[in-house]
Design a binder for this molecule. Structure first.
Ligand SMILES: [Ca+2]
Ligand SMILES: [Ca+2]
Length: 311
């Protein structure tokens, strides 16, 4: 019968390089055998000229004591301004030294003072960057020449995964105004934006579109207005990372001759103008069919001409 060795003792034995199950295991535990994951946590997209931080994250590690790695990037797009301490569990991981060793490549050395070792997950360091103010593009953010060791001065196996950052122009909505709408007439207007990564999803942020109109994700406002009025609303465009919003408005009026505001011009509008002239109904903008600012029999004549296809 085999003697069962408690997991905690097994871990200590394996860290010490004790013979376990016929093989010598140096400085590893079951998690680290596959390699501790070291990866970049960075914004996918930054606006040119802006400052941002990048975290060099580390997965679960046991008795970590010190490490070194190189970070490299496109210097025409990104500049490294500083490197500050990471944190594993509750323990800070001091950056002892960071130094430029080549074009766009910096070497960073982190070291926990003394030999207590730190276990847990977190970050090895935090990098302070700013994006170039005049150039846009995509920069790789590579990690290389990485080496980690535990408090026994033994290498900790690790996999190093970099990333990339898009430097772009700020996302702005370029539409300054929208065409007016007419009750009963088809309406279509395309919203525009620039910057970001160039593919936008649109939505209504606040307010209301004229009834009968909708905004689709591609940024087209379309439909057929059903009521008059001035409608003010805010739209938002996002490229998935950055977003911008803008307040816009659409004025909807009646078609000249559409005295009753139903979107159609027919004999009901003649009756409506007659009622307005007789003082039975309030004036409507559509009743002024000939656009002279007055509502009188000349508008009835105009409506008849419109119905007959004469004008
Ligand atoms: Ca009408
Ligand atoms: Ca008139």
């Amino acid at each position: 019968m085999k003697t069962k060795i408690p997991m905690r003792i097994l871990t200590v034995m394996s860290m010490l390089g004790v013979l376990v199950g016929g093989g010598v295991v140096f400085g590893t535990n079951p998690v680290e055998a596959a390699g501790v994951a070291v990866s970049i946590s960075a914004p996918a997209e930054v606006v040119k000229g802006s400052s941002f931080t990048v975290s060099v994250n580390i997965g679960s590690v046991t008795a970590f004591d010190a490490g070194q790695f190189d970070v490299s990037f496109d210097e025409s797009l990104l500049q490294l301004d500083g490197v500050t301490a990471g944190q594993i569990g509750a323990t800070q991981i001091p950056v002892d030294l960071w130094n430029k060793i080549g074009t766009g490549t910096y070497r960073i050395i982190v070291n926990v003072p003394g030999v207590p070792g730190v276990s847990g997950s977190g970050s090895l360091a935090v990098l302070q960057f700013h994006a170039a103010s005049s150039a846009v593009g995509t920069s790789a953010l590579n990690l290389s020449n990485g080496f980690l060791n535990n408090n026994l001065a033994t290498q900790i196996s690790a996999t190093w995964t970099g990333g990339s950052i898009i430097v772009c122009n700020d996302l702005v909505i370029t539409t300054t105004s929208l065409p007016n709408g007419v009750v009963g007439s088809a309406y279509s207007a395309a919203l525009g934006a620039s910057g970001g990564s160039g593919s936008f999803t649109w939505s209504l942020l606040s307010g209301s579109l004229p009834s009968g109109l909708t905004l689709n994700a591609a940024g087209t406002i379309s439909g057929t207005p059903t009521t008059t009025g001035a409608f003010t609303f805010a739209v938002q465009a996002t490229d998935g990372h950055l977003s911008a919003s803008k307040s816009l408005s659409i004025q909807v009026s009646l078609k000249p001759g559409d005295a009753n505001g139903d979107g159609l011009i027919n004999t009901a509008d003649i009756s409506k103008v007659e009622r307005i002239i007789a003082g039975l109904d309030s004036a409507t903008s559509g009743a002024d069919a000939n656009g002279d600012g007055l509502i009188n029999t000349a508008d009835i004549t105009k409506i008849e001409r419109i119905i007959a296809g004469l004008s």
